[in-house]
Every structure is written in C-alpha cells, then in structure tokens.
Design a protein around this ligand. Sequence first.
Ligand code: GDP
Ligand code: MG
Length: 163
Amino acid sequence: ALPVVAIVGRPNVGKSTLFNRLIGERISIVEDTPGVTRDRIYGTTDWNGRSFHLIDTGGITLDGVDELQNLIRVQAELAIDEADVVIFVVDGREGLTVADRDVAGLLRRAGKRVVLAVNKLDHPHHFGAAYEFYELGFGEPIPISAEHGAGTGDLLDAVVSLL
Ligand code: GDP
Ligand code: MG
C-alpha cells in the first residue's frame, strides 16, 4: 500500500487549493466559505519517484458546537489517523491564530510526523512571515503559495523525506 499524506488545518487556509496543486487536477472545491470540504477527498501523486496518497480534509475547528463542524472534525481526525505524514497548513497573511494552536495540539496528541506549510505567501518578499510559526514546534515552517505554486517543491521534499 502507498503511504498516506493528509492535509490538515483550520478552515480557509488553502488546504483544497494546495491539494489541487499537488494532485495537478481540480478535484477539491476551493471556496471562500469556510468548511466546504466536509468529507475526505483522495488523490494520488508522486515526487522524486516516490508515490503517495494525498487526503484533503475540511477545516478543523475545536470550538464548534454545531453538528456540521463536529462531523467535519471527525473526518479530519480519521484522515490524521490514516496518515503517515501530515501537512499542517496555516495562513501566513493572517498570522498565528488560536485555531492554529488548537490544531497543533491535536496533531501533537496524535503523535504524527508533521510538515508545517505557511500558505498565501505569494511573493518571496513575504516569506519572512513564516518564521512566526516556529513556535508551534513542528520544525522549520515552509513558506508556500498554493495558488501560484511557490515553495511547493521544498514542501514535497520535506514530506517525502519523512515517508
Ligand atoms: P480550505 O478551506 O483550507 O480548503 O481553503 P481553500 O483552498 O478553499 O481556500 C480558501 C481561500 O484562500 C480561497 O479564496 C483561495 O483562493 C485562497 N487561497 C488559497 N491559497 C492561496 C494562496 O496561496 N494565496 C492566496 N493569496 N490565496 C489563497
Ligand atoms: Mg477545503
């Protein structure tokens, strides 16, 4: 069986945009409305001759009281369970949020290998915004732009090195 990589993070950070870029097709729905990805969406891709399954998940919110948010979170937790490596996506334009810290705690408890991707850094001169996320404790944050493709090679290098 191929190794499994799950894309996880709070809503609207660009998980589905990243999924589509890494898969090379528009399978997942990209929306300004948070929480559009309710189920786990699967694709397969490869990097440097290494193939793996990729899972897109809905955004994790731990403070959600409504049924839908709970369902979305359960799907994300199932994806984390399945995963050999997790790509934890945060929004470098908004900076570190309480919701990011919640997701970080969940990933730490799951004990998974994590690569931290700081998204929406569309220009190299924005890459410095990634440093703030060091304190999440998942090693070097990797600046990316899922929309434009910047940094995704470095991200995939880091992912494949952990498989
Ligand atoms: P998800 O909820 O985490 O799956 O986020 P989506 O992939 O649906 O994206 C949420 C919003 O962020 C959409 O409006 C995207 O166009 C936007 N977005 C995603 N990636 C980037 C990026 O690299 N740069 C910028 N500027 N916007 C992005
Ligand atoms: Mg999504």
